[in-house]
Design a protein around this ligand. Structure first.
Ligand SMILES: [Zn+2]
Length: 321
């Protein structure tokens, strides 16, 4: 981050004593991150959205990161310095001798695992070893994380960033259009009857058959199909590693398929009462959208209560109506 530092010092000098709003701070963050991704693209020929996707993925799963700057990718020390390296000298020649992957991206002769430019350059060089196609990228990511969901999520985040050509994708929407009649309350964790001892992992939004169901965030369709509990359902992974689960659908929006990129407000299907039996079973309960959110922590997935999010998204949707 050495190169951006003088610029930041000037900014903070002139903005004293005025408070910088959270929004401005976020704009700076987005701009600085984009600048780092674009610079790394220029140096390594790896598209910026691959850096951005991996960085966002690590931000999603990491509680702490090595860098206190803009980039969240944390390269494990044994990878960076080389497994048998007895010292943690950041001299790039020394690291190379022990087959560490750490590289000098900002030209100061040091390969510093806490320097944003060095981290991104190292990742770019790592990916380049495998080639330049999307398939090569997947193989590189697989060899880095050894986890299928990590590969899938990072590839999907990259697709979303590429399509919208930005990392600033914070808009949301409520899953039911506000002009329809609907109702919901917080039932997360309630016991349920069908399928043994399960708890209710989601919020039920009651509405009539055929009422449109919309994507709530930017993301990629990860799952589509029948399940005996959920009926016709669809799952969307967003750029924050959250999996949005829509169940009991009457049907799907025409043409929507696994791998499709969606944005908030895109219609994905309609409200129904499918499930609790073999494929096509419907009408065993009143029509409603079952909406759940699961968060990938990098090792497991946890269900968490979507109700506060739904309330927030509903308020925001009302404002922008
Ligand atoms: Zn439900």
């Amino acid at each position: 981050m050495i190169k951006l530092l003088p610029f930041l010092v000037i900014i903070s000098f002139f903005s004293v004593p005025m408070m910088v709003s959270a929004e401005e701070k976020n704009d700076d963050m987005v701009e600085n991150r984009m600048a780092l991704y674009k610079k790394s693209e220029a140096l390594t020929m790896i598209p910026w959205y691959y850096f951005a996707a991996m960085d966002q993925y690590e931000r999603n799963i990491n509680k702490e990161t090595a860098s206190d700057d803009y980039i969240s990718i944390t390269i494990p020390k044994e990878k960076w310095f080389g497994f048998a390296n007895p010292s943690q000298s950041v001299h790039s020649g020394w690291i190379a001798m022990f087959s560490g992957i750490g590289k000098d991206g900002n030209g100061d002769g040091l390969a510093d695992p806490t320097d944003d430019e060095d981290i991104l350059y190292t990742i770019g060089k790592w990916i380049s070893k495998y080639g330049k196609t999307e398939q090569d990228f997947k193989i590189a990511i697989w060899n880095y994380y050894h986890r299928e969901l990590s590969v899938q999520t990072i590839t999907n985040i990259a697709k979303v960033y590429k399509k919208f050509n930005t990392i600033e994708l914070n808009e949301t929407d409520f899953p039911i259009p506000l002009q329809y009649n609907y109702s919901y309350k917080n039932t997360w964790g309630d016991a349920r009857g069908f399928g043994g001892r399960r708890i209710h992992e989601g919020t039920d939004i009651f509405a009539n058959y055929g009422v449109p169901v919309k994507a709530t965030t930017y993301g990629v369709v990860e799952l589509k199909g029948w399940n005996k509990f959920g009926g016709w359902r669809i799952g969307i992974r967003d750029i924050y590693g959250r999996y949005h689960y829509f169940a009991h659908l009457n049907g799907y929006q025409k043409g929507i398929e696994v791998g499709d990129i969606v944005k908030p407000g895109d219609v994905i299907g309609s409200v129904g009462a499918t499930g609790y039996g073999p494929p096509g079973t419907s009408g065993k309960f009143p029509p409603h959208l079952h909406y759940g959110i699961y968060k990938d922590t990098g090792t497991t997935e946890w269900s968490f209560d979507p109700y506060p999010y739904l309330k927030k998204w509903e308020r925001q949707a009302r404002k922008t109506r």
